[in-house]
Write a protein that binds this ligand. Structure first.
Ligand SMILES: Cc1cc2nc3c(=O)[nH]c(=O)nc-3n(C[C@H](O)[C@H](O)[C@H](O)COP(=O)(O)OP(=O)(O)OC[C@H]3O[C@@H](n4cnc5c(N)ncnc54)[C@H](O)[C@@H]3O)c2cc1C
Ligand code: FES
Ligand code: FES
Length: 515
């Protein structure tokens, strides 16, 4: 059985078959059809729910990708739970009132998801303001961008939806109600929702200790590991595969922690494989702000709330965003089985398309991220067709150190989307190490040097053409990042604050990067 709370009511469900999603359970077993299915792949946000796991803040999630067994112990709020339960006539919640007032819904299909994203944003904003943070209109705009980045609307248009969001955050429709709901929930769990569901002969393994996890992995190496499910669950929702069993890593405390530590003579952090992007964000903000900026462009808020570092490495996608970043930052990956551990440079972990060094009885335990040294700098360029909620066409990450005169040296450059695996660009690194920046900057770049850059890019990579970009586009776009990074460093050196050549990080979309 799985026990959780749905809109303030205790709920006890027979354990669903492995791979059954929260959305399936809501719409079928529980008859709660307010949460919609648009894409079943995490892209449209129509299925957005609010979720509070024990000890965690209230966040959004895509119900279409969340395995239902992970509801155990959680508080789940759906659009049906937004209106005030105190009133018999169920008065509209602030977010619903805001959407109605600004005419922010037309066909209404996206509206439940948008309402849930805004309701969680409202709670979060209110909490942060009461903690002393201040947000001006521009900063609120950014909060709204992030909150709605994973919600598509095909007919209303976003202006009225954004108007609703701004007016909601300004307090026009009253205080957020979801947080009040969660504290009331525990008091009203007496009413158990009756559910009919066949108790599948399912096999969810949710070990609580590392020893149990490793023992199960050794005993049944064929069972897929699952963390946030934002990648693996697509096998079920898109390829219609069924899982006979799943081995869930998210209850093992050792994998959910970020610990300070040392490795290979460097101080840094051990990031547990089941640490989510949301949990990682504060550390990156403080120590690697450019990496935090990149993370803001990884998927959507719903995906960042549940996707994990270990899942991003474990899926071994050539277009995953964390591997190029971590490779440029000289990260290591710690693999473990019952017999012990081994630690590899992350760049050595990937062997070929979707093939890694991970042995069948091993798990990814954690990743070692070194602390930045004082002179270290980082820049990440993600090129994708859409700014938000889109996988990279290519991602270039550049790390370097400044010498006493501010000259860059010790370049480490890694790319995703340029080969079957994320990989370092050794020829580009050598070029950057040995070429004066002035001759690489766009204003002074001559055709000979452009040719040298293109040659180095082609020596490093032989990309494929696919739906995201042709081989030619990828090679050209990657080589165009070199003048861009040169200009950025020159700007920083001269203190130039604005340049027609270096756009702000948030406008790093495909067409600008071709300029
Ligand atoms: C709409 C959408 C947008 C996305 N956008 C991006 C994006 O912009 N950039 C990006 O990089 N990714 C993106 N992704 C992909 C995905 O969200 C990330 O790769 C995420 O980090 C996967 O983590 P997870 O915990 O959800 O992995 P899961 O789906 O749980 O697992 C993924 C794989 O890793 C394996 N695995 C999980 N944990 C371990 C472990 N501890 N040891 C060994 N193997 C393990 C699983 O067996 C599985 O093969 C997107 C996905 C969606 C649906
Ligand atoms: S149904 Fe589209 S994101 Fe879930
Ligand atoms: S109102 Fe129709 S899709 Fe948004």
């Amino acid at each position: 059985m799985i026990d959780f709370t749905l809109n303030g009511h205790a709920c006890c469900l027979p354990t669903p078959a492995p791979g059954t999603t929260v959305l399936e359970v809501l719409r079928t077993s529980l008859g709660q059809s307010g949460t919609k299915e648009g894409c079943a792949s995490g892209d449209c946000g129509a299925c957005t729910i609010a979720l509070q796991s024990p000890g965690q803040p209230l966040t959004t999630a895509n119900a279409c990708l969340m395995p239902a067994h992970q509801l155990e112990g959680c508080e789940l709020i759906t659009v049906e739970g937004l209106a005030s339960p105190a009133s018999k006539t169920a008065s509209l919640s602030p977010v619903q009132q805001a959407l109605v007032t600004t005419h922010a819904s037309q066909c209404g299909f996206c509206t439940p998801g948008i309402a849930m994203s805004l309701a969680v944003l409202h709670v979060d904003h209110q909490q942060r303001v009461s903690d002393g943070e201040f947000f001006d209109d521009r900063q609120r705009d950014t909060l709204i961008d992030h909150a709605l980045g994973g919600n598509l609307c095909r007919c209303t248009g976003y202006r009225p939806i954004r108007d609703a969001a701004h007016r909601l955050l300004s307090g026009e429709f009253g205080a957020a109600t979801l947080s009040a709901r969660s504290s009331r929930t525990l008091a009203c769990v007496s009413e158990t929702v009756a559910v009919s569901n066949t108790d599948a002969d399912s096999c969810h393994h949710r070990p609580r200790t590392l020893a149990e996890l490793l023992a199960l992995r050794a005993e049944k190496p064929e069972i897929p590991l699952i963390a946030g499910g934002t990648d693996l669950m697509l096998e079920h929702t898109q390829r219609l595969s069924d899982f006979s069993a799943l081995l869930d890593v998210t209850q093992v405390a050792d994998l959910c922690r970020i610990d300070e530590g040392e490795y290979a003579g460097q101080s840094g952090w051990w990031l547990g494989a089941a640490v989510t992007y949301r949990q990682l964000m504060p550390l990156l903000h403080e120590h690697y702000p450019d990496a935090a900026e990149l993370l803001n462009r990884l998927g959507s808020e719903q995906i960042r709330n549940r996707g994990t570092v270990g899942g991003n490495i474990g899926n071994a996608s050539p277009i995953g965003d964390m591997p190029p970043l971590l490779i440029a930052l000289e990260a290591y990956v710690q693999l473990m089985n019952q017999h012990g551990e081994r630690i590899l440079k992350l760049e050595d972990f990937f062997l070929d398309y979707k093939r890694t060094q991970l042995l069948p009885d091993e798990i990814i335990h954690s990743v070692f991220l070194p602390q930045p040294v004082a002179s270290q700098r980082l820049a990440a360029y993600k090129l994708s067709k859409r700014r938000d909620d889109d996988i990279s066409t290519l991602l270039g990450v550049f790390a370097w150190r400044r010498d006493a005169d501010g000259h860059p040296q010790h370049w480490r450059v890694a790319f995703g989307g340029m080969a079957g695996i994320p990989a370092r660009a050794h020829h580009l690194e050598a070029l950057l190490d040995t070429t004066p920046l002035d001759s690489l900057a766009p204003a002074t770049l001559d055709s000979k040097m452009r040719g040298v850059i293109e040659q180095a890019t082609s020596a490093d990579f032989s990309p494929l053409s696919d739906v995201r970009g042709s081989r030619e586009y990828r090679l050209k776009a990657a080589s165009h990042l070199i003048p861009r990074i040169a200009q950025r460093i020159l700007n920083e050196r001269t203190g130039a604050t604005s340049s027609t050549i270096t756009p702000p990080p948030e406008s790093l979309d495909a067409y600008l990067a071709q300029s």
